[in-house]
Design a binder for this molecule. Structure first.
Ligand code: TPP
Ligand code: MG
Length: 592
């Protein structure tokens, strides 16, 4: 039997589970693991500048490609606690990442040793397993179980904490015969699918709410096929956006209080039946449940049994992996279609289409300072369907969801539930590391950008080029807008007179200088006509220098973005699009 350190066994298992990239930063307590990675020689390590950054890079890496599992590594104590936000974000959005931490030696865990925090206890509620491995011989089993859990059922993160002496201890382990454990994914039965299809057929105005579970299951094609077979309009959630291309005739728009389209909300309100697949009825999607559910029948398909009925009781629930359910849905729908047993939906699909062609928001403003809506219009011009967008939270992200276009699954990579500021830059770097061939465009407000700005150096050092659109209103914009309800504008201003950069006129931080100082390229624009040329220039700079390129757009300081409290009560702050020229990049041209 081969003998090796437990750390060597851990690295060997990572390799056999398909891991090729690791994001992290070393410290004394994790050095044995780093020594094992070095001996192995087959893992690419990207050195983060902040351990939280490593955890978000791991998440971006997982999300970019089906089957990926991002791994983040840190030392004991604060490295583990820094990664807690990454574990929260990943668990909230059902994304598997493996977090590996170093730890004080076993015999000293209870002695308040240097950096000996009980990270497994801290991470417990945010992971599918959080384990300090106390016996070296348990290390292979812990890693094997970690991969099994991350991939089974509702995906999510795992933390493995390795005491220093456990990493170094020698164990018997045979990597050659190591086998990943089978993955458990519940699958709908034919009877369940038949019943759900009966309910769909009995409805007059059905929609499908397509959640992130469809993306996780890599089942976007099946969703499209099923929607087409049954001619059912699709409302993607924020996590499901891209599962059906935005230019598909059955794309009915997103619904919700913020990241939504007017026509999406109107279509949900006009529907009488909702088939939710791989979604979790997020509160920013549903708004008030009385409005959301009144007069509608619901079927909910989810991989996690306890998700059924968590937010409200559906009329019928099915526990299934979204892919397994959609395979059967398409199979049975095809049979019914051939037998002429599917209802004609022409009128209903036409109504949804009509709403999409009439209920649009205006993006074409010529104002200086620039109105944010115009930025997304120019982004639609500059970036094609191959673009992967990465964003987290803020007015910037909300407006992006209202105005940008997404055409493919995994091309809208967004921290949907947790929304941690600072997520965007490291997540974008993780996406770039996973797929260097697809153009990546990150989008941040100025505060999100400043949160983990140091990670830009990682992109410069490891040549992870992407374009970062930074919309700068010198405000915690979303919080400023929500403070309107308190009649205040308090502690939300990021503006100050920068003694080193009077030319930026009180907007505070000179992002261009900071980005350049970190080894990136950066451009700043102040007028609408400059946005598109700057985005085109950024593409060239990115290709030439192979580093992140920041395009900072100086916005007007106060713009309120459409949002509300109920699906039927979303406030519009600007004039709506009345003519085609008001929304020139809308996928469906405005009927004026
Ligand atoms: C870690 C963290 N702290 C606080 C918040 C609350 N929060 C949400 S958006 C936001 C302001 C974002 O400002 P900016 O990034 O400039 O975007 P804008 O809304 O101005 O477009 C804040 C403070 C958060 N989401 N995450
Ligand atoms: Mg801002």
């Amino acid at each position: 039997m081969p003998r090796m350190t437990a750390a060597d066994a851990a690295v060997a298992i990572l390799r056999r589970e398909g891991v090729t990239n690791v994001f992290g930063l070393p410290g004394a307590a994790i050095n044995p693991f780093y020594a094992a990675m070095r001996r192995d020689g087959g893992i690419t390590h990207i050195l983060a500048r902040h351990v939280e950054g490593a955890s978000h890079m791991a998440e971006g890496y997982t999300r970019a490609r089906a089957g990926n599992i991002g791994v983040c590594v840190g030392t004991s104590g604060p490295a583990g606690t820094d990664m807690i936000t990454g574990l929260y974000s990943a668990s909230a959005d059902s994304i598997p990442i493996l977090c590996i931490t170093g730890q004080a030696p076993v015999a000293r865990l209870h002695k308040e040793d240097f950096q000996a925090v009980d990270i497994a206890a801290v991470a417990g509620p945010l992971t599918k397993m959080a384990m300090t491995v106390l016996e070296p011989a348990q290390v292979p089993g812990a890693f094997q179980q970690a991969f099994h859990l991350m991939r089974s059922g509702r995906p999510g993160p795992v933390l493995i904490d390795l005491p220093f002496d456990v990493q170094q201890a020698e164990i018997d382990f045979d990597p050659g015969t190591y086998q990943p454990l089978p993955v458990y994914k519940p699958a709908a039965t034919r009877a369940q699918i038949e019943k759900a299809l009966d309910m769909l057929a009995a409805a007059e105005r059905p929609i499908i709410v397509a959640g992130g579970g469809i993306v996780n299951a890599d089942a976007a094609d099946l969703l499209t096929e099923f929607a087409e077979l049954t001619d059912t309009p699709v409302v993607p959630t924020l996590m499901g956006w891209g599962a059906l291309p935005d230019d598909h005739r059955l794309m009915a728009g997103m619904a919700g209080l913020q990241t939504a389209h007017r026509y999406g909300n109107a279509t949900v309100l006009a529907s009488d039946f909702v088939l939710g697949i791989g979604n979790r009825w997020a509160n920013r999607h549903t708004g008030g449940l009385a409005t959301y559910t009144a007069g509608r029948t619901f079927v909910h398909v989810d991989i996690e049994p306890t998700q059924i009925g968590r937010v409200f009781a559906p009329d019928y629930g099915i526990v299934s992996d979204a892919g397994a359910a959609l395979r059967l849905f398409t199979e049975v729908a095809r049979e019914r279609r051939q037998a002429g047993r599917l209802p004609d939906r022409t009128a209903w699909v036409g109504q949804c289409r009509q709403r999409r062609a009439t209920m649009q928001r205006r993006t074409h403003f010529d104002n200086v300072p620039i109105k944010p809506q115009r930025v997304y219009e120019e982004m639609n011009r500059a970036f094609g369907p191959e673009t992967r967008y990465v964003s987290t939270i803020g007015l910037s992200q909300i407006a992006a969801a209202q105005f940008l276009h997404v055409y493919r699954p995994r091309h809208w990579i967004n921290a949907g539930q947790a929304g941690p500021l600072g997520w965007t830059t490291p997540a974008a770097l993780g996406v770039c590391a996973a797929d260097p061939d697809t153009p990546v465009v990150a989008l941040s407000g100025d505060y999100d950008f400043q949160f983990m700005i140091e990670e830009l150096a990682v992109g410069a050092q490891f040549n992870l080029p992407y374009i970062h659109v930074l919309v700068n209103n010198a405000y915690l914009g979303l919080i400023r807008q929500s403070q309107r309800g308190f009649d205040m504008d308090y502690c939300v201003q990021l503006s100050f007179d920068n003694v080193n950069a009077p030319e930026i006129g009180g907007y505070g931080v000179d992002h261009v200088k900071v980005a350049e100082g970190l080894g990136c390229k950066a451009l700043r624009v102040t007028a609408p006509g400059e946005i598109l040329p700057a985005l085109e220039e950024a593409k060239k700079l990115m290709a030439e220098y192979r580093v992140p390129v920041v395009v900072e757009v100086i916005l007007e300081r106060v713009t309120n973005i459409s949002m509300g409290t109920e699906l039927d009560n979303v406030t519009e702050f600007e004039d709506l699009a009345g003519r085609r020229e008001d929304a020139p990049t809308a996928v469906v041209a405005l009927l004026d």
